[in-house]
Design a protein. Structure first.
Length: 557
C-alpha cells in the first residue's frame, strides 16, 4: 500500500546507524553544531540542517518514489517539502528532530592527506554540504536519505554548506540516469530551490575559454536529497583505521570494529552469513567489495562515465557511484578524458581502474588494521589486494565482450577498435550504438565522426568490421546479437552542452527542459523518436569544445 501522508512516512523511521554507532561525545544534544571544529572521536555528529527560505518544488524521481512505495503527491506535501528543504521542525512520531554528519579521512590516489583539514590533522574533514536526515524501512529494504546543501556542519571547513542549483540539477539528473543505465548508484529523491536565498560561487563567464572559473556568480540555493542503502565511504573506514593505528584515543580500535560491523549489516548482510566467524566475515567483505568495485568501474567505462574526482572519500564502501561533482561523460573519444580541471590524469576516463585499485588499497589497509595480530587473516587480505589487477581485467573483458556482442574476450580486437576510435575522432557512445545495428561496412557509422575519414581509415574500419563479424558466436541469430548489444550500449548519453540549458532555465523558473531530460534519461536504451534523435543523438557542436563550464569545469557547487 502506498505511503500517502507525511505521518505515514514518519512511521517508516528506523535509525540503525544512530543505534549501532557512537555519537561524538562533545556534540550538542539538540544538533545546534554548525561551526567548524575538531571532532576527535565518535562516528557521527548530531546536527540540524539550515532550511532554505521559501522552498519551491522542482522535481522528484517517480521511479524511486514507486520503489519506496511513496505516493507522488508527497513530493509537494507541505511537511514533506519542508523536511527535505532542511526544516526538521516538522519531525513527528519516531523521527529524530536532527540529522547527522560524518567525518572522513582523505586519500588521493592512494596517498594519505591531512592538509585539506582546516586543523591540519584530519579531525575536521568531511563532506561540507551533506548531512543525513532520515533512515527507514521501505518495502522491506533499508534506505538512508541525505540532504545536499543543508547548511554548515562541523565539517564545512568555513564554507556555507549550501549547494547551488546548477550542481543540484546535475546530480539529480545524473543519479537517475545512471540507475536507468544499470550502473550501481545513489539515487535522487527530491529537489527544492529557493529564490529568496542566493549563494555566490566562482564559475565561467559566457563564451569563456578559461580553464578556471573567471567570474563570481550568484546562484539560487537548492537542496537535493540523495538516497542509498548507506552512505558509508572508504574514507570513513580510513579515518577510524588511522586513529586505531595511532591509538588516538582509548576507544579507537572499538570504533573501527563498530563501523566495519555496521558496513556489513547495511550493505553486505544478504551475502555474508552472520554465522561465520568475524574474521571470515571481514575476508568475505574484502572479496565482495573488490567484486563490486571492479564491476562498478567497468560499468563506468561501458557507459562513458568519468567520475572526475575519485578520492577515497568519494568512494562508497557499498560499491556504488556516489558524489556527482565534477563528473562527465565522454563524447569525442579520448582515453585521457577528464572534465575536472583539478583532477589530473590519475582520475581520467581510462585510468579509473587504477584509481579504483588505489581506493581498494586504502580499504584493505583499514581491514588489515582491524585484523592486527591475525597473520592468517591478513595474508588472505593481502592476496585479495594482490589479485585486484586480475579481477579488474576480468571485469573489463566481460564488459568489452558485452559491448561488442562477443561470447568471450578478444583483447586484440578491442585494442584495435579503441585505436581506430582515437584516429577517427569518433564519438564514443554513438559508435557503439551504431555497431549494435551490425554494419557490414563503414557507411552506417559515418555520422559518428567529428572529422571526415581518410580513405586509409575507411579501409581500416572495413577490415576491422569484417574481423569483428567473424568473431560472432556461431549458431546465434544476428538479431539476438544486436538485441544484446542494444541492452548495454545506450541510444542516448549525457551531453553537458544539452544539460547546461536545463539548469539555466530552471534558475529562471522554467523546468520543462529538465523534465524532458528526466523522462528521456529514464529509458536510455530505447530508440527515441525521430524528433528526440535530432535533438539529443548528435555530435558535440564545435563551439562547445574548450568551453568553460561545458567541456571542463571546476569543483564549484
Amino acid at each position: 500500500m502506498s505511503t500517502a501522508t507525511f505521518a505515514e512516512f514518519a512511521e517508516r523511521a528506523d535509525y540503525s546507524l544512530l543505534e549501532a554507532l557512537t555519537a561524538d561525545p562533545e556534540a550538542t544534544a539538540d544538533g545546534d553544531d554548525h561551526r567548524p571544529r575538531q571532532v576527535l572521536s565518535g562516528h557521527y555528529v548530531p546536527v540540524t540542517p539550515t532550511p532554505i527560505p521559501e522552498p519551491l518544488y522542482l522535481a522528484h524521481s517517480r521511479s524511486l518514489f514507486s520503489e519506496l512505495g511513496l505516493s507522488d503527491d508527497l513530493a509537494q506535501d507541505d511537511q514533506f517539502c519542508r523536511m527535505f528543504s532542511g526544516d526538521l521542525g516538522v519531525a513527528t512520531g519516531p523521527m529524530r528532530p536532527w540529522g547527522w554528519a560524518t567525518g572522513y579521512a582523505l586519500s588521493i590516489y592512494g596517498t594519505e592527506y591531512t592538509q585539506q583539514c582546516p586543523f591540519g590533522n584530519g579531525n575536521g574533514y568531511g563532506d561540507g554540504r551533506a548531512m543525513s536526515v532520515f533512515e527507514g524501512l521501505f518495502e522491506g529494504r533499508r534506505w538512508e536519505m541525505q540532504l545536499k546543501g543543508g547548511g554548515p556542519t562541523p565539517y564545512c571547513r568555513g564554507a556555507d554548506g549550501r549547494a547551488v542549483l546548477r550542481s543540484s540539477v546535475r546530480e539529480f539528473l545524473a543519479q537517475e540516469f545512471m540507475h536507468a543505465l544499470g550502473v550501481p548508484t545513489s539515487r535522487s529523491l527530491t529537489l527544492y530551490v529557493s529564490h529568496a536565498e542566493t549563494v555566490r560561487r566562482p564559475w565561467y563567464s559566457e563564451n569563456s575559454r578559461s580553464m578556471d572559473p573567471d567570474v563570481m556568480v550568484d546562484n539560487p540555493a537548492a537542496i537535493s536529497t540523495r538516497v542509498a542503502p548507506s552512505f558509508l565511504r572508504v574514507g570513513q573506514l580510513e579515518l577510524f583505521a588511522r586513529r586505531a593505528r595511532s591509538e588516538a584515543h582509548p576507544r579507537a580500535h572499538q570504533e573501527l570494529h563498530q563501523i566495519v560491523v555496521h558496513l556489513i549489516e547495511r550493505n553486505y548482510r544478504q551475502e555474508i552469513d552472520p554465522g561465520l566467524s568475524f574474521s571470515d566475515q571481514v575476508v568475505l567483505l574484502a572479496r565482495l567489495f573488490r567484486d563490486r568495485l571492479t564491476a562498478l568501474v567497468a560499468n563506468w567505462i561501458r557507459v562513458g562515465y568519468c567520475q572526475g574526482n575519485f578520492n577515497s572519500d568519494n568512494c562508497a564502501a557499498g560499491g556504488f557511484t556516489l558524489d556527482y561533482g565534477p563528473f562527465g561523460f565522454c563524447e569525442l573519444f579520448d582515453p585521457r578524458f577528464q572534465p575536472w580541471t583539478g583532477g589530473g590524469a590519475h582520475f581520467c576516463f581510462f585510468n579509473q581502474p587504477v584509481a579504483a585499485q588505489a581506493n581498494y588499497r586504502m580499504f584493505w589497509k583499514s581491514l588489515r588494521t582491524l585484523m592486527e595480530g591475525k597473520a592468517e587473516v591478513q595474508a588472505q587480505l593481502d592476496q585479495l589486494l594482490e589479485d585486484f589487477p586480475a579481477a579488474m581485467q576480468e571485469a573489463m573483458q566481460r564488459m568489452w565482450s558485452s559491448k561488442l556482442g562477443l561470447p568471450s574476450a578478444n583483447d586484440a580486437l578491442v585494442q584495435e577498435l579503441l585505436q581506430l576510435l582515437v584516429e577517427s575522432s569518433a564519438d564514443y557512445s554513438m559508435v557503439f550504438r551504431r555497431l549494435s545495428d551490425l554494419p557490414e561496412q563503414i557507411g552506417p557509422l559515418q555520422d559518428c565522426f567529428y572529422l571526415p575519414l581518410s580513405a586509409p581509415l575507411e579501409c581500416q574500419w572495413n577490415d576491422w568490421l569484417l574481423r569483428w563479424r567473424a568473431q560472432w558466436p556461431s549458431g546465434v541469430a544476428p538479431a539476438l546479437i544486436s538485441a544484446g548489444m542494444r541492452r548495454v550500449n545506450p541510444a542516448i548519453t549525457w551531453r553537458e552542452w544539452l544539460i547546461a540549458p536545463a539548469y539555466q532555465q530552471a534558475g529562471e523558473g522554467d523546468t520543462s527542459l529538465m523534465a524532458e531530460l528526466q523522462q528521456l534519461f529514464s529509458t536510455p536504451y530505447d530508440t527515441p523518436s525521430a524528433d528526440l534523435v535530432a535533438r539529443y543523438d548528435r555530435l558535440k557542436p564545435r563551439e562547445f569544445f574548450s568551453a568553460g563550464g561545458v567541456s571542463h569545469y571546476s569543483c564549484s557547487s
